[in-house]
Design a protein around this ligand. Structure first.
Ligand code: EPU
Length: 337
């Protein structure tokens, strides 16, 4: 196990924020992970994965455990489905593309989401009508105190919209080590109802799309709206879409007829934070090197040398403006450290 000191995290977070970590350990096996946890005299552990949902606002005084594991195996399969176990350090999008090459369905709507496999369940990643909870059978996590593994069934993960038990009650208690996914080999469930997927497929002349076609549509749509972190630092949607009461929504709809709203099972309505921010003229807004993306108001970007504090100051300004205009609180989706 190698302990590096004062390591710049600029290349390890998709916002591209340059802060140092006091201690940095690359984890490529369970042995290394346990050794790193048990090492005396170091600051508290911090699990670093793809760094795609993270805003760093200050130097990190922590023993950073960088999840660099690789491996995927087929546990079981028949004519209809396949069960895969994937280690946490596998890049999510590469996994999605690999499953499609094998002819497996289920992850196509989740193509091009940045980050690694192990963090996908923490915020129950979702896009274009699919979420990881739809295909996750169980996951294996390691107790950060004892180093002991524990299996969480899908139900035990308590998934919600951009939420799981690992963001709530068990925050910081477990490191996700592997996920077990069940995908289809035939009878794929094709989801084209969300956003412009159906329109894109029609324009391409694809009448009976398979999973790989849906992935191509998702990739094209995401590329047209969302900045590539390799070119422009960002963390995807910075805010969650807020859920408000039906009364408040109807009231607002009366005043703003084009305001999108998606009714929830409990009668409340999810509204688009992107629309709210956009309506206040923030799309493309820039404050030094921190800004709001020009094509999607939900995404904050780093034009180069923004500090975490600058991005956070912009986020607060937007939260206040949305509150003032609509009396809606929008909360960050991104972890702020
Ligand atoms: N809208 C605007 N202006 C904007 C952005 C959006 O008016 O600047 C409107 C759109 O016209 C549309 C509505 O808001 O009517 C919803 O927009 P969109 O379909 O782009 O989705 P979103 O709510 O902005 C969510 C997820 C994305 C995911 C897309 C597609 C959250 C916080 N974000 O965005 O996830 O890719 O739906 O499923 O739930 C992420 O979490 O990092 C992420 C990118």
């Amino acid at each position: 196990m190698v302990i590096e000191r004062n390591v710049s995290l600029k290349g390890y977070n998709t916002f591209g924020i340059d802060v140092p970590a006091s201690h940095f350990i690359r984890v490529d096996s369970l042995d290394t992970f346990r050794q790193a946890l048990a090492e005396p005299g170091l600051p508290p552990p911090f699990i670093l994965s793809g760094g795609s949902n993270l805003l760093l606002t200050a130097p990190l005084e922590a023993r950073v455990l960088y999840m660099d594991t690789a491996g995927k195996e087929v546990l079981d399969q028949d004519a209809h489905s396949v069960t895969l176990r994937v280690l946490a350090g596998e890049n999510w999008h590469n996994l999605v593309m690999w499953t499609l090459q094998q002819g497996y369905g289920g992850l196509e709507n989740l193509a091009l989401i940045p980050g690694k496999t192990g963090t996908a369940p923490i915020q129950n990643i979702g896009a274009y009508g699919a979420e990881i909870r739809d295909v996750l059978v169980e996951l294996e996590a390691v107790d950060m105190q004892t180093g002991e593994p524990r299996v969480f069934s899908n139900a035990a993960c308590r998934f919600g919209y951009r939420d799981s038990i690992f963001k709530g009650e068990l925050k910081g208690r477990y490191a996700i080590w592997s996920v077990t996914l069940r995908l289809t080999r035939s009878g794929h469930k094709i989801r084209t109802g969300y956003g412009d997927i159906a329109g894109w497929l029609e324009r391409e002349g694809i009448e009976e799309p398979g999973p790989a076609d849906v992935a191509r549509a998702v990739i094209a749509i995401r590329k047209s709206k969302l900045p590539d972190p390799a070119e422009l630092g960002n963390s995807g949607s910075f805010f969650k879409n807020p859920v408000i009461g039906k009364g408040q929504f109807e009231n607002l709809r009366g005043r703003y007829p084009d305001m999108p709203g998606y009714p929830q099972e409990n009668g409340e309505v999810k509204v688009s934070a992107g629309w709210l921010i956009d309506s206040l003229g923030y799309k493309g807004h820039r404050q030094d090197d921190a800004g709001v993306h020009k094509n999607q108001a939900l995404v904050l970007v780093n034009y180069g040398d923004a500090t975490g504090e600058e991005v956070l100051a912009l986020a607060r300004k937007i939260q206040q403006a949305v509150w003032k205009a609509y009396e809606i609180r929008i909360e960050p989706e991104v972890n702020i450290l």
